[in-house]
Design a protein around this ligand. Structure first.
Ligand code: ZN
Length: 212
């Protein structure tokens, strides 16, 4: 068996032991009581950016939607199959989460594809998906700065969903723009008042004012 598959299988054993065995296991309790996460994360499919792992959360803590480049598309009721929008609706309207974290990251392949869209090879879905980022990169903008720009855009797009806008305005939902630097393993949060990212542990975790 190949090494990474073997590692995964032993991870499964460890998961079972830690979370699922015994009468008082977390999984048993979550099965009985259902899930009640208060935090939703939109993160990238990138294998280096797993929100539950980075934040050391347990099952039931985070409601997560992962997609290429952690985008929130605009609100479009056009009958197409909008996976991320459906996840947002479930998280916000059904689970009534209190925090929506948009988790961007360094070295993002999706953002890189959007940056190079004019020279990119034909593909079936990636370019069309990445067109949700409508602002072009400024000249000499780095890939990582463009990833932060696309986070801004996702935040703006999130506010085009009426039930998100309503809850943000009512102060019952806070939207965070977080950026994960793969090399240092650090998370940075965008501080609107400073117009800059600060390391998560050094700044306030929640922004009260999430309007743009
Ligand atoms: Zn990515």
């Amino acid at each position: 068996m190949e090494k990474s598959f073997k590692k995964m299988m032993s991870g499964y054993q460890a998961f079972r032991k830690k979370y699922a065995l015994g009468n008082k296991s977390i999984m048993r309790a979550l099965s009985k009581d259902g899930q009640k996460p208060k935090i939703m994360v939109v993160s990238c499919c990138d294998s280096r950016v797993d929100p539950a792992l980075i934040l050391q959360c347990d099952p039931g803590d985070l409601f997560v939607a992962r997609n290429v480049a952690n985008l929130v598309p605009p609100y479009e009721r056009d009958g197409a199959r909008h996976g991320t929008s459906a996840a947002l609706e479930f998280g916000i309207c059904v689970l009534k989460i209190d925090h929506l974290i948009l988790l961007g990251h360094s070295q993002c392949g999706g953002v890189s594809a959007r940056m190079a869209h004019k020279t990119m090879k034909e593909n079936d879905f990636i370019s069309s998906w990445m067109s949700a980022v409508t602002t072009d990169p400024l000249p000499h903008m780095s890939l990582d700065d463009y990833a932060k720009e696309s986070l801004r855009q996702s935040h703006k797009n999130a506010l085009t969903f009426p039930w998100i806008k309503e809850r943000v305005n009512a102060g019952t939902l806070v939207i965070h723009e977080w950026y994960f630097d793969i090399k240092s393993g650090k998370v940075f949060t965008f501080q609107k008042d400073q117009g800059a990212y600060v390391a998560l542990s050094e700044g306030p975790v929640a922004q009260k004012d999430s309007t743009l």
